[in-house]
Design a protein around this ligand. Structure first.
Ligand SMILES: Cc1cc2nc3c(=O)[nH]c(=O)nc-3n(C[C@H](O)[C@H](O)[C@H](O)COP(=O)(O)OP(=O)(O)OC[C@H]3O[C@@H](n4cnc5c(N)ncnc54)[C@H](O)[C@@H]3O)c2cc1C
Length: 414
């Protein structure tokens, strides 16, 4: 007998699995579709979880604590500017929790599977919004229908494109991250207790990183898609090998790169789409552009948008109203929680990645100003607010006597 579903979630990554779990837990009949033939599945990613993610989703803290998801918590950062200035920041608490998406996504998926119906090995190729329902067609010609859907099908989202929410001309909106995740038997790093961030990439509009996991080393290099297509022209692997050589010359990495562990994957880095909902459809995670445009942190925003999408979908299902006026509440809800944060990330990306000069002076200033360094790292890891960082930067560029006058004029520090 054919099963009936209240909602279909397309994509079982952090966004989709979070939404599906929340809906299933509330008694909604959910079908979760993913093109992966099974979970665990590979997902190219640095796998850095911010502390705020663990606060927002306490069950993730449990996954890490009970060993379901192996984790390397790091509390040190080596930060290098385009001119080679290096500063090291250290704090008592972990700054970032490094996991492998292989294990992390499987844990989230299993949780969703416990409360909803899942089908893996289903690639959605077409999405049509009809007057009474949404129709999805898979590459095998199978048809799935439901009154509404959540599109959580990643950066190349079919749902976002077929509903007209994302235009085809997306080059300027994407970055590409080229990375390898290789066993320590082959590739080693000088400091396994730290992450390395290299803001070295002027024309490439990006940065490099080394993230040591529990049993593998993850190193990557992100750049704008435009540059990837025009300058690299398909030579991503060669570029990656050169990048690893540079890291070896610096003495940060030893051993051998493993070309079979190399992967490149797109990331949307222009902030959320102008509209993330339409009749019967919500977009969550990368599909909706929910990625920090400065740091490329996406897991936190994927789970947050997935959770908010579930709340709004629940209301629609209970009221039987699926029109875009009803679903507009989704846009307002994510705006309240992450809107300002994501908008700031785009602003910072435009300012800092537009030439190396600003990066150089920022890192050089941070080398002599521990509070500035704390705020830069804190902001980058989601632990400090943009307003705090900006206020400190303004204050440190204004001569002390002017600052004293400003403070007394506005009544601060009395
Ligand atoms: C190399 C790299 C490094 C990164 N490093 C970090 C980091 O350190 N920290 C961080 O927070 N973020 C990082 N990000 C960003 C982060 O990976 C994404 O923002 C996050 O995975 C988004 O989650 P999601 O659920 O929206 O999409 P995904 O995790 O991509 O999941 C989407 C799911 O949808 C399925 N799917 C796709 N298309 C279809 C289809 N047509 N039909 C059916 N199923 C489909 C896929 O199989 C997949 O399981 C990085 C990204 C890259 C590329």
């Amino acid at each position: 007998m054919e099963q009936t579903f209240d909602i279909i979630v397309v994509g079982g990554g952090p966004a989709g699995a979070t939404a599906a779990y929340k809906l299933g837990q509330n008694g909604v009949r959910v079908l979760l579709l993913d093109k992966a033939t099974s979970f665990p599945r590979e997902k190219p990613c640095g796998g850095g979880l911010s502390a705020r993610l663990l606060d927002r989703f306490p069950y993730v803290r449990e996954f890490l604590a009970n060993g379901e998801v192996p984790v390397n918590p790091v509390s040190r950062v080596h930060l290098e500017s385009p001119d080679g200035t290096r500063v090291t920041y250290q704090q008592g608490e972990p700054i970032l929790y490094l996991i492998r998406r292989w294990e992390f996504d499987a844990a989230l998926f299993r949780r969703a599977e416990s409360v909803c119906t899942v089908r893996t090995g289903v690639t959605v190729r077409k999405c049509t919004v009809l007057p009474g329902h949404v129709e999805l067609e898979s590459t095998d010609g199978e048809i799935f229908t439901a009154p509404m859907i959540i599109g959580a099908d990643s950066a190349n989202s079919v749902i976002a494109r077929h509903t007209g929410l994302r235009s085809e001309a997306a080059h300027k909106e994407y970055a590409v991250d080229m990375m390898e995740e290789t066993s320590y038997d082959r590739l080693q790093v000088a400091d396994r207790e730290a992450i390395y961030l290299f803001l070295t990439l002027t024309q490439t509009f990006g940065y490099g990183y080394i993230f040591p996991k529990t049993d593998r080393l993850n190193l990557g290099f992100g750049c704008k898609l435009d540059w990837y297509l025009t300058a690299l022209r398909g030579k991503g692997k060669e570029h990656h090998a050169e990048w690893v050589e540079t890291l070896k010359q610096k003495g940060d990495v030893t051993g051998k790169t493993d070309r079979s562990c190399y992967k490149a994957f797109p990331i949307p880095v222009s902030g959320p789409l102008e509209r993330t909902y339409t009749d019967r459809v919500l977009l969550a995670g990368d599909a909706g552009g929910f990625v920090n445009a400065f740091t490329a942190e996406g897991i936190y925003y994927a789970m947050t948008s997935g959770s908010i999408a579930a709340d709004i979908a629940l209301r629609s299902i209970r009221s039987g109203r699926y029109d875009k006026r009803q679903l507009a509440a989704y846009q307002s809800a994510w705006q309240r929680e992450t809107g300002a944060d994501l908008a700031h990330s785009v602003e910072i990306q435009h300012r800092l990645f537009n030439g190396s000069g600003r990066m150089d002076s920022l890192v050089r200033n941070a080398a002599n100003d521990p509070e500035l360094l704390r705020l830069i790292i804190g902001y980058s890891m989601g632990a400090a607010r943009y307003e705090e960082l900006r206020a400190h930067m303004v204050r440190s560029t204004v001569p002390a006597w002017v600052w004293g006058k400003v403070k007394s004029a506005v009544g601060l520090g009395r």
